[in-house]
Each structure stands twice: as structure tokens, then as C-alpha cells.
Design a protein around this ligand. Structure first.
Ligand code: ADP
Ligand code: MG
Length: 449
């Protein structure tokens, strides 16, 4: 199948040609014709499979073929969970609108409100926005949605996870034209809230699911390495940064402070790294993401802030310095590489604190993961195994756990280390801060072998 088979409007087809795309991806093959027929859609496919064009193309087709329902109201609203993602969608949209009469604007949280009011007063045809800020403008009557033709929700599951349900409902209610069409894209369709939401927003939707949204990404070579502690992880990191071939890499850490610490460590070794942390204000974050996507930095060190949706074509290496808390996040993280058919490498370090997360990822991928090993950097840690289910915790153990849970003082922190050691846990990780609840959970595990 070719893009030319869709019967796209001439200018739209020219832009696709200019982009050098001939064959639509699987999700595009299914979503574009269904959306062009006017169906509501609830669609999912793995990251990097071309979902953005799967909604931009039918949106533009509809606008060029149909007359507007209103002279002033926006015709298409595209909502995304994060500002970074909104910018990326907007950039792709602009490639298509720049040679047309259609005006597209970007309305993001964290940016100047009054400037946005002026932009909205110019009656744009397309609005790409984060839901919170758009809902604010809507409440204040800076624009109306009665003539909206197409409402597009990109990464709907993520928007719901971020607590945007109320704003999405508000936007949905305001866009009340009977001819309105709605396209919902989500990384997974198993998300209960997404399904409830789909019932509220969509009218007899077609469901399109390409593979399991979490099926393995064939172009990403995943490798897992056991690690004893923080120092060991840092040594492994150095090793891979020296030996892997990559244009750009992203390193994911569990904590904000680690993003900065690692970036500093790399900079000291003349490796061009930058940290993206939640403590930065929006314009600083924008600057860092812009710089990284333009190739000004070789390495981005971040928490899960940057794991979703971003399309960074030169990233061919992702390192999970720490495993993510939620297994799905792993798929999103490694999906930052291997974009659109190119190959990628995803490396993960699994220490005692990562063990539960690792097991969840293993469950999600539905496979037994084998660990790779580097000569001279082999971990003593072999993994943990759950306690036998029937075995009730003995009293002293239970007491220990309660105490550990309450532990905040230096003294009681020590206690947690001890309980970790009691179950044969790894060489003690030297941490100044009290340990988190996650670590306490780990103490309920026995070492393998
Ligand atoms: P998703 O939203 O599914 O994660 P994106 O829409 O961000 O994926 O697309 C990922 C990459 O694939 C982008 O760089 C995009 O330009 C490219 N791409 C999209 N459609 C095609 C296609 N038909 N052929 C080749 N590359 C494509
Ligand atoms: Mg996307």
C-alpha cells in the first residue's frame, strides 16, 4: 500500500512526498482511511509507529474537503499530555499547513497566558494544546468550540494518568456539534479509564490495535545487566558510553538528583551531557529539549519526564540506569530509540532496588529475560526471589518491617540495611538519605540461590 492510494488532496500528497514517505505504516494504513470515512477511532500501536501522521493526515484531508462548520471556531483541536509532545506534534503539523491557508497555533501550560489570548483571537483553524491550559482559556471565553470538527487525543492514557480527566470532559462538552469527530490514540487499550472515557467521548468508535501495544519492538536490541550498587552502575555506565556506537543517548534515572549528579559526572569527563529535571522551569526545560533534539548535546539524563512520545531521531541508545517504577514506562523509555524502522539499543541496569520493577517488566514482555555480563564487571548480585507465599512472616521479621517502615532517623535507616542484609541482600549501598518505601518492599525478598 502507498500513500497515493488514499486519494489525498493534492497539496497534502505533495507534503507527504517531500517528507520522503511512500509507504504508510500499519497504524496509518488502518487509521487514515477509517478516519477519512468519518468514523470515531480508538487506536493503539507501539511507540514510533507513526501515530502522529495517522491523525494529522485525515484531519487535513477533512479540512480541505469540507466547509467549516463555523467561521470563527477552531476546526481541529489536538491535545497531548506534555508540552514537549505538543511541540513535536505542532512541528509535524506545521510541515503540512505552511503551504496552505490553514493557521495552526500552540497553546501550552507554563507559557504567557495573554500572548495566548491574542493568538486565540486570531481564530486559528488548528489548536495543538495541553489540556489544562486550553480548558482555562475555554472557561474564560477566549474561544469557543461549538464549531469544532475534529477532537484528537494523543496519548489519552497518559493524559488520564496525569489527572486531566476533568479538563478533557470540559473540552468534550464544549465541542458539541453533532458532526464532530473524535480520534483517540492511546499506548494501551487495556487501560480501564481510557475505555470509560472512550464511552463518554466517542460515538460508535472503530477500534484499531496494531499488535499488542506492548509487543516487543523488533528493532530494539534489549540487554539487561545485574548491578550491585550505585558505584557499580556508574562503572557499567562508563563502560557502555565508551564502547557503544551511538549518535545520541538518553539515560533514565529514578531520581531528579541523580539526573544532575550523573550529568555532572559525564561533563567532568568531557562527555557532552545535559540533565532534564523537573525542578527546572518550563523555559529551561524547553531550552534543554530543543538543544538536545538539535544535537547540541550527546547525552540527555532524565527521569521519566522525557520518556513519552518524543520523537528524537538520532537517539540510538537508551540506558535505564535505574529501572522505572511502572513496567509500561520501560516500553516508553526504550521506544525513544528504534524510531521508524531504525535500529536501537536499550540497556538496563538491575540492582537490588530495581528487582521488583525488573520482574514486572519481565511479566509485561511475557518472556524470561537473561542477563548479559561484561568481563571484569560481573555483579555479585544474582537477583531476589519472592518468599514462599505460604510462609507467614515470623513475629520478629514483621516487627522489623514495621520499624523499617517508620524509619526516618539515621539509626533506624541502619536497621533497614540490616534487614536487607538478613535476607542476603547485596553489599550495602551507601546512601546518606533515608531509604524509600520501595527499598523496604525489597526486604521482603530472598536472594536467589
Ligand atoms: P508515534 O506517535 O507512534 O510514537 P511518531 O508519529 O512520533 O510515532 O513517528 C515516529 C517517526 O516515524 C517520526 O520520525 C515520523 O516522521 C516517522 N514516520 C511516520 N510515518 C512514516 C512513514 N509512513 N514512513 C516512514 N517514516 C514515518
Ligand atoms: Mg506519538
Amino acid at each position: 500500500m502507498q500513500f497515493s492510494d488514499f486519494g489525498l488532496e493534492r497539496r497534502l500528497m505533495t507534503t507527504v512526498d517531500h517528507l520522503g514517505f511512500t509507504e504508510p505504516t500499519e497504524i496509518q494504513q488502518q487509521a487514515i482511511p477509517a478516519a477519512m470515512q468519518g468514523h470515531d477511532l480508538i487506536a493503539s500501536s507501539k511507540t514510533g509507529s507513526g501515530k502522529t501522521l495517522a491523525f494529522i493526515i485525515p484531519a487535513l484531508q477533512r479540512l480541505s474537503k469540507n466547509r467549516a462548520l463555523s467561521k470563527r471556531d477552531p476546526r481541529v483541536v489536538i491535545l497531548t499530555p506534555t508540552r514537549e509532545l505538543a511541540k513535536q506534534v505542532y512541528a509535524q503539523l506545521r510541515l503540512f499547513t505552511s503551504n496552505t491557508q490553514f493557521k495552526a497555533v500552540l497553546v501550552l501550560g507554563g507559557e504567557n497566558f495573554n500572548d495566548q489570548v491574542k493568538v486565540l483571537e486570531k481564530d486559528p483553524h488548528f489548536i495543538v494544546a495541553t489540556p489544562g491550559r486550553l480548558a482555562d482559556h475555554l472557561s474564560q471565553g477566549h474561544f469557543y468550540l461549538n464549531g469544532l470538527e475534529l477532537l484528537i487525543l494523543d496519548e489519552a492514557d497518559r493524559m488520564l494518568d496525569l489527572g486531566f480527566a476533568e479538563q478533557l470532559s470540559q473540552i468534550n462538552k464544549a465541542a458539541d456539534h453533532r458532526k464532530r469527530q473524535t480520534l483517540l490514540f492511546s499506548a494501551t487499550l487495556d487501560h480501564a479509564q481510557v475505555n470509560d472515557f472512550a464511552k463518554e467521548l466517542l460515538n460508535k468508535p472503530k477500534r484499531i490495535a496494531i499488535g499488542g501495544a506492548f509487543t516487543e519492538h523488533q528493532d530494539i536490541n534489549k540487554r539487561f545487566y545485574l548491578a550491585d550498587n550505585l558505584d557499580h552502575k556508574e562503572t557499567l555506565l562508563q563502560h557502555f558510553l565508551n564502547t557503544e556506537t551511538y549518535q545520541q543517548a538518553i539515560i533514565f534515572t529514578a531520581t531528579r538528583s541523580d539526573t544532575e549528579r550523573l550529568a555532572r559526572l559525564l561533563l567532568e569527563q568531557d562527555i557532552n551531557a545535559v540533565a532534564l529535571s523537573g525542578e527546572l522551569n518550563q523555559s529551561q526545560r524547553n531550552q534543554i529539549m530543543d538543544g538536545f533534539s538539535k544535537g547540541h548535546h550527546k547525552i540527555l539524563v532524565t527521569t521519566d519526564l522525557a520518556s513519552r512520545g518524543l520523537d528524537l531521531v538520532n537517539v540510538s541508545l537508551v540506558i535505564n540506569f535505574d529501572m522505572p517504577k511502572h513496567a509500561e514506562e520501560f516500553i516508553h523509555r526504550i521506544g525513544r530509540t528504534g524510531r521508524a524502522g531504525s535500529k536501537g539499543d536499550a540497556i538496563a541496569f538491575v540492582g537490588p532496588k530495581d528487582w521488583l520493577s525488573f520482574k514486572n517488566v519481565e511479566g509485561l514482555l511475557e518472556q524470561t529475560i537473561r542477563f548479559d555480563c561484561i568481563d571484569g564487571l560481573k555483579a555479585k548480585f544474582k537477583g531476589l526471589k519472592p518468599k514462599k507465599p505460604k510462609q507467614k512472616p515470623t513475629k520478629p521479621n514483621a516487627e522489623k518491617l514495621v520499624k523499617a517502615t517508620q524509619a526516618t532517623s539515621k539509626k533506624s535507616t541502619k536497621k533497614i540495611f540490616h534487614s536487607a542484609q538478613d535476607v542476603g541482600d547485596m553489599p550495602i549501598i551507601k546512601r546518606k538519605k533515608p531509604l524509600s518505601a520501595q527499598y523496604i518492599e525489597d526486604t521482603d525478598l530472598d536472594e536467589v540461590e
